[in-house]
Ligand binder design. Structure first.
Ligand code: NAD
Ligand code: G6P
Ligand code: MN
Length: 440
């Protein structure tokens, strides 16, 4: 079996150790000859990398491992770039969440003005990585899960149309895991689903078992009562995520024929979200206090002791969808996966140039989207508005346009008026002066 060389871009990410452990657990179907980490923050990456080095020496000394901040070293001789960068890191995420909240508007990582601000930072960072890949390993594929994936995907579609980039999200995978539990199955792969929408903005229209039995009635009955909280509650879910999975109950009620993505709550119940937010302590604070502390604490303990048993790094089992995707390309598996791709007629009554999240068959030539057909007025209206927001953000970035960005924020369903949009925008500009292009 061929062995592959992978670079993880955003090597300093809190998700990197979990992904490395997941890659190790999947050597039978996606064997590696080399793993490299790349990050533009050498100090942050070093902690994660030195711990992973110990782990790799213990479990797979045959895999060549290195880490660097030097693009040529990182991106030369790689088959896949797995990208999960966060331009501006958690301190900027905190601002994305807190600034809109100061104006009574949803403050969220990828939705509303916060997601737009993050998009304005991410576009340049993701394009830079795509360009390093094109320069140093032109045959490689970039598997991108850097957020905000919808805006990043629109930017790469428009600005790097030839680049071999696949954008993917784990939210539908997480929700499908819960659906499987609700339906009494062991694994989401025992289900066949139909789904359409935008990233963090979509609906399931069918869920069947592999024999073709309709699982929607059973799941629907459960979601109507408990949202996506499975019958045997998962201990590991944090309170804030638990609320989001529970709130899916109200999101579902708007269109009982379908099953919704959790993120729709930010667009359909923004008032509820704001009322339940603490403007002084948002998700970014939770992540810094918990996940970031835990991962870096464990890595430091491992480095000090020189053995992986000194820390508590957990395998990110659910991230194995990344291996599904890499293996689909590497071995032409034609696996059916949800990807963020140009619509190009798949949703018949929707903008062909929108980036949509739909099922695709994935093989060595990339994704082949499946036909969705016509979608109902409710979804079409919501998606048209949201796609316009995402396109206007990319317009704004490309043209350095204040006007376009004001329009984008105004058009977001999370924002009540153009004046509120302007006030938020002006605060975001001041906060992002080190990251955004200067607007005129
Ligand atoms: P993190 O801040 O811990 O890690 C991000 C890393 O990226 C940092 O080490 C940072 O230094 C690095 N970085 C920032 N800008 C860079 C650049 N221009 N070049 C190279 N490296 C750069 O963040 P995290 O919480 O671990 O999340 C990482 C990313 O993964 C985020 O974009 C997050 O939104 C995304 N994510 C996506 C999904 C999905 O469903 N698509 C799921 C989980 C996380
Ligand atoms: C889900 C989404 C990601 C998002 C993440 C945030 O997994 O699909 O796109 O980045 O949630 O999680 P966090 O724990 O960082 O708030
Ligand atoms: Mn996502």
């Amino acid at each position: 079996m061929k062995k592959f060389s992978v670079v993880v871009a955003g090597g300093g990410s809190t998700f990197t150790p979990g992904i490395v452990l997941m890659l190790l657990a999947n050597q039978h179907r996606f064997p590696l000859r080399a793993i490299k980490f790349y990050d533009n923050d050498g100090a942050r990456q070093e902690t994660i990398a030195e711990a992973c080095k110990i782990l790799l020496q213990e479990q797979a000394p045959e895999i060549e491992f290195s880490y660097t901040t030097h693009p040529q070293t990182a991106f030369s001789d790689v088959d896949f770039v797995m990208a999960h960068i966060r331009v501006g890191k958690y301190p900027m995420r905190e601002k994305d969440e807190k600034i809109p909240l100061r104006h009574g508007v949803v403050g969220q990582e990828t939705c509303g003005p916060g997601g737009i601000a993050y998009g304005m930072r991410s576009i340049g960072g993701v394009l830079e990585i795509a360009d390093y890949m094109a320069k140093y390993s032109p045959n490689a594929w970039m598997l991108n899960y850097s957020n905000p994936a919808a805006i990043v995907a629109e930017a790469t579609r428009r600005l790097r149309p030839q680049a071999k980039i696949l954008n993917i999200c784990d939210m539908p995978i997480g929700i499908e895991g819960r659906m499987a539990q609700i339906a009494g199955l062991q694994d989401r792969k025992e289900m066949r689903t139909r789904y359409y929408g935008l990233n963090h903005f979509g609906w399931w229209t069918a869920v069947e078992d592999l024999a073709g039995n309709d699982l929607m009635p059973k799941i629907r009955e459960h979601v109507a009562k408990c949202g996506y909280i499975p019958p045997t509650k998962q201990q590991t879910t944090e309170a804030s995520w638990n609320d989001t999975f529970a709130k899916a109950k109200d999101v579902w009620a708007l269109d009982p024929d379908t099953l919704p993505n959790t993120y729709l709550k930010y667009y359909l119940f923004p008032d509820y979200v704001v009322q339940h937010a603490n403007p002084q302590h948002t998700r970014a604070n939770e992540v810094m206090e918990h996940r970031e502390k835990q991962v870096f604490g464990s890595c430091n303990a491992i480095i000090q002791a020189g053995k992986s048993s000194a820390g508590e790094l957990e395998i990110d089992e659910h991230a194995s969808y990344i291996v599904d995707l890499a293996a689909a390309i590497a071995f032409n598996t034609q696996e059916r996966m949800l990807l963020i791709v140009p619509n190009n007629g798949a949703i018949n009554n929707f903008d062909p140039e929108a980036m949509v999240e739909i099922p695709c068959l994935v093989g060595s030539n990339g994704p082949e989207p499946l036909v969705v057909g016509n979608i109902p007025q409710f979804q079409k209206g919501l998606m048209s508005q949201q796609v316009a927001v995402e396109k206007l953000v990319v317009d704004a970035w490309e043209q350095r346009s204040y006007q376009k960005l004001w329009q984008a924020i105004t058009l977001s369903k999370t924002v009540p008026s153009a004046s509120v949009a302007k006030a938020i925008l002006d605060d975001l500009i001041a906060a992002n002066k080190d990251y955004w292009p200067e607007l005129r």
